[in-house]
Ligand binder design. Structure first.
Ligand code: NAD
Length: 485
């Protein structure tokens, strides 16, 4: 596995280092992959000034679309470099990076480059009882300079899900990836440079959240902020954005449930819940952490889920049949392990896992963790209320539909849920009663880029996807023309 060894920021069309560097660590074995140069305040000011002065907004929609499709073309040509870099930073399995992270990152550019060309603006004929007539139409303008702050769990995929629509709408961007995962962001800056994206339209500033992230989101000249990350960070960003009242779009944490009804196809449900719990080591905001199973199926379900967990191959991410690599960092490993400990203190039965696998080689210095299944806690245990963000779920029995809807909704989060049932009426009846932004029935993480994506309560503000993204990244201006009679 290779990844770039020195990572610099990209500002006003140039790669720029500062004097301050930190190490980028490989979570497989704790080795240093690269040095990351952290942007300073002067560099952030330069990036914002360059973004404001950029000619990007003056290009036609068609010209922007052609350039963004070129970005996708070159990303496709460099796919292997992106795969290697993403695996080195995150320890994700080759299968996942090859089939989800990198192709979706490229697809985001193609999708929004095309969508923006075919999106229409509103128009109304005003016709009053007094006989006044007018034509109203709206013109969608860019917001200006958009700050994009992204997390480490799906680094390229989630960043491009914001960069592509923001740029398609004519905004210039200041992009700060997570300090844990800067490598694919750096490769993307190289691609932007090579395809001739105008200076200042795409700026990459590298660094840690409290230092660089905060300096960007509190910057007076930033016109909008789009953020994906933890709910607590979203609260801080909201406070710093309040001073200058700017649009925000937040995709935050989750505490997602799966519900297995007594009419579910149990094998499909077990396989689906195993996937929704253990994919990417549980580090997807949509992952399941609470499972409710009808009491009549409970023991059978838990036994079958344990068999699935036991069959998971954990190892080197580059090995073809490995499903789970390490967690992203030591800090995160310690956080998830502290929840495994808390589960025991709260009285959980550890049905499977609960610790750290041993390999007898360099991986023992990495950030590996067991896939874990818990039972025996009530809904108000901290394990069932707080986001853990690891490969772990708690399984509880339930007796009836109204009860389970109430229990699923009893969380401060509202991102996603999955329902397992073969009863169509039940699916239609229950799905809209779950207080989340995304409900899947008999599947999980099946995404159509045109559909609204986002959460309620602590899980976020606003929606991304298709026209929802274009609406956030544009400022509509209504023009009203009086029609003389
Ligand atoms: P995080 O909030 O710690 O970091 C996210 C980004 O914010 C990073 O780039 C970080 O450097 C930056 N940041 C940190 N402090 C900041 C500050 N004070 N000001 C500005 N920027 C700051 O989140 P994480 O640990 O990288 O990601 C995991 C979290 O993200 C989980 O809670 C997960 O549920 C959530 N997430 C949500 C979605 C979604 O679509 N709803 C998707 C992926 C991840």
């Amino acid at each position: 596995m290779t990844a770039p060894s020195m990572l610099a920021s990209y500002i006003n069309g140039k790669f720029i280092d500062s004097e301050h560097y930190f190490d980028n660590i490989n979570p497989v074995d704790g080795s240093v992959i690269s040095k990351i140069s952290e942007a300073n305040h002067q560099m952030i000011d330069e990036a914002v000034a360059a973004a404001k002065a950029s000619k990007w907004a003056q290009l036609t929609v068609n010209e922007r679309s052609i350039l963004l499709n070129k970005v996708a073309d070159v990303m496709r040509e460099r796919e292997q470099a992106f795969i290697d870099a993403e695996m080195a930073d995150t320890g994700k399995s080759l299968f996942q990076v090859q089939t989800i992270d990198i192709p979706r990152g490229t697809a985001n550019f193609r999708f929004f480059a095309d969508l923006v060309k075919f999106s229409a603006s509103e128009s109304f004929i005003t016709d009053t009882p007094q006989g006044t007539k007018a034509l109203n139409y709206s013109v969608n303008k860019p917001l200006g300079v958009v700050a994009i702050i992204s997390p480490w769990n799906l680094p390229l995929l989630l960043a491009t899900w914001k960069i592509a629509p923001a740029m398609a709408c004519g905004n210039s961007v200041i992009f700060k990836p997570s300090e844990e995962t800067s490598s694919t962001a750096f490769l993307l800056a190289q691609v932007m440079d090579e395809v001739g994206i105008p200076k200042g339209a795409f700026n990459l500033v590298l660094g840690r959240g409290h230092a660089v992230g905060d300096a960007i989101t509190s910057h007076k000249e930033i016109d909008a902020i789009t953020f994906t990350g933890a709910s607590a960070t979203g609260q801080k960003i909201m406070a710093s954005a309040a001073a200058t009242v700017k649009p925000i779009s937040f995709e935050l944490g989750g505490k997602n449930s799966a519900v297995v009804f007594n009419d579910a196809d149990i094998d499909k449900a077990v396989a689906g819940v195993a996937r929704s719990t253990f994919t990417n080591c549980g580090q997807v905001c949509l992952c399941t952490e609470k499972v409710y199973v009808h009491r009549s199926l409970f023991s059978e379900f838990v036994n079958k889920l344990k068999q699935q967990a036991a069959a998971i191959k954990i190892g080197y991410p580059s090995d073809k049949d490995v499903f789970m690599g390490p967690l992203v960092s030591k800090v995160h490993q310690q956080k998830v392990l502290s929840y495994y400990q808390l589960a025991r203190e709260e009285g959980a039965i550890v049905e499977h896992g609960g610790g750290v696998p041993k390999f007898g080689d360099a991986r023992d210095s990495g950030c590996y963790i067991d896939p874990t299944i818990l039972t025996g806690l009530d809904d108000h245990a901290r394990i069932n209320q707080e986001e853990i963000f690891g490969p772990v779920c708690h399984v509880s029995p339930f007796d009836d539909e109204a009860e389970v809807i109430k229990r699923v909704n009893d969380t401060p989060y509202g991102l996603a849920a999955s329902l397992w049932t073969e009863n169509l009426s039940r699916a239609h009846r229950v799905a809209p009663q779950i207080d989340v932004g995304l409900v899947w029935v008999n599947t999980w993480f099946l995404r159509d880029l045109r559909t609204p994506f986002g959460g309620t309560k602590l899980s976020g503000v606003g929606r991304e996807g298709g026209q929802h993204s274009l609406a956030f990244y544009s400022e509509p201006s209504n023009i009203c023309i009086h029609i003389d009679q």
